[in-house]
Design a protein around this ligand. Structure first.
Ligand code: NAD
Ligand code: 3PG
Length: 387
């Protein structure tokens, strides 16, 4: 029986994926795996049994990845599973940013005692007039699952789109409309953009991407949308730019106390992925990733470990996380030299400093062989799986 501890609300459809081999709940201890959404796990006490953390969603800045890697804990996310939900909210944001619907609604709500409301709206409406998206330029920073969808939809709205992503994947590049302009650097993106939208992860290297210097390269009256993470924007610098009028509007899914009440800020309470469809997609994918890993050692959509997946070709599988250095594979296979067990299949993949070696054996490995592997310098964790 495997134990799965839940943080946050995880959609029932995802929980229904777990078979009777899994006990799933919020208050369980000694868990084999965790399924989480945005709960902050940076101060997590890692139980000795913990082997995997699945983030039912995209951003993994709530998880200490180096600490997990050091312990051989596999961290998964669910790439693209909430991209459509976020894209749709970004477009709500773009529309709110170009027409003053927000203040218009606020005014209407104050008019409940006005018998002449029908007439008065016609007088009042000039206060909330705006512009159209068609013909305006959108700068998209980060062309991953969400950025690509936003960029492609903006093209269909008749916008000019410039995209910037120095690490774009080949798959995503194939999905992108050929009419999207490639900005070689952020300066090039900022100079023409009427709207700048952020779709890159929050990491040490991307913190404060939008700061005073970045804003100074943007057009006067630019509107900024942040549906990625609050830390990508320097609040003080943005506040200054909102007050001076350099930035006309900030729409964010990650409001900070400093900015939430500002008249030029449209704050949204992190609703990007909060649709029934997206919550289900993420939960189902996370549950499948965790089950496949705990039962068979297969790793799909990990953000810190090599992705390795193969159906088990023999009754036993030994999987080893180890430091990515020479001679490890020969030392691991040497441990089976005196065994009857034959290695029928071996896969080795590395990612940065860590490697994962999966050996399918036609007979049960002995405790002696497993202890030898566990004792090798550079071995982080060893697991045995039975088909
Ligand atoms: N508002 C929400 O509810 C919500 C939902 C999902 C994701 N998010 C946030 O959006 C981010 C993007 O999500 P995604 O699903 O598109 O992820 P993704 O991993 O598919 O895409 C991220 C893209 O950013 C690019 N990138 C990395 N560093 C960059 C840099 N310095 N400059 C430009 N591009 C860079 C990567 O190459 C990648 O293509 C997530 O990391 C998360 O923080 C928010
Ligand atoms: O990174 C993500 O996937 C989003 O920010 C969604 O977060 P949530 O699962 O807490 O809604």
């Amino acid at each position: 029986m495997y134990t799965i501890k839940l943080y946050n609300n995880i959609a029932q459809k995802g929980l229904d994926q777990f078979t009777e081999a899994f006990e799933v709940g919020e208050h369980l201890g000694d868990e084999d795996a965790i399924v989480v959404r945005s709960a902050n796990l940076h101060d997590l006490e890692y139980g000795k049994n913990l082997k995997a953390i699945a983030r039912a969603g995209a951003g993994v800045n709530n998880i200490d990845l180096p600490a997990c890697s050091e312990r051989g804990i596999v961290v998964f996310n669910t790439p693209g599973a909430n991209a459509n939900a976020v894209k749709e909210l970004v477009f709500a944001g773009l529309l709110l940013a170009s027409r003053d619907i927000y203040h218009g609604i606020e005014w209407c709500k104050t008019q409940t005692d006005n018998p002449n409301l029908g007439k008065d709206v016609e007088k009042q409406k000039k206060k909330y007039a705006g512009n159209e998206l068609t013909g305006k330029t959108l700068g998209v920073i980060g062309l991953g699952a969400i950025g690509i969808e936003v960029a492609n939809l903006a093209m269909r709205f008749g916008m000019n789109v410039k995209g910037y992503d120095p690490y774009i994947s080949v798959d995503n590049a194939w999905k992108m409309s050929k009419w999207i302009e490639h900005a070689k650097d952020l300066k090039e993106l900022y100079k023409d953009a009427d709207f700048v939208t952020l779709h890159l992860p929050l990491m040490d290297s991307t913190k404060n991407t939008i700061d005073r210097e970045a804003i100074s390269q943007m057009k006067d009256g630019v509107k900024i949308l942040n549906f990625a993470r609050g830390g990508l924007v320097n609040d003080d610098d943005l506040l200054e730019a909102l007050d001076s009028g350099k930035v006309a509007l900030y729409v964010t899914d990650f409001p900070s106390a400093k900015l939430a009440a500002h008249d030029k800020v449209i704050p949204i309470p992190h609703l990007g992925a909060s649709t029934e469809e997206s919550e289900e997609n993420c939960a189902v994918k996370a549950a499948q990733e965790v089950m496949d890993y705990l039962q068979y050692g297969n790793i799909t959509n990990s953000v810190n470990m090599p992705n390795v997946s193969a159906s088990m070709s023999t009754p036993y599988r030994v999987a080893v996380f180890h430091v990515n250095k020479p001679k490890m594979i020969s030392r691991i296979t040497d441990a089976f030299a005196q065994e009857d067990a034959n290695i029928e299949n071996l896969i080795n993949k590395s990612r940065d400093q860590i490697a994962y070696t999966m050996l399918d054996l036609d007979a049960q490995p002995s405790t002696d062989a497993l202890d030898k592997i566990r004792g090798l310098d550079g071995v982080i964790r060893v697991e045995v799986y039975e088909a």
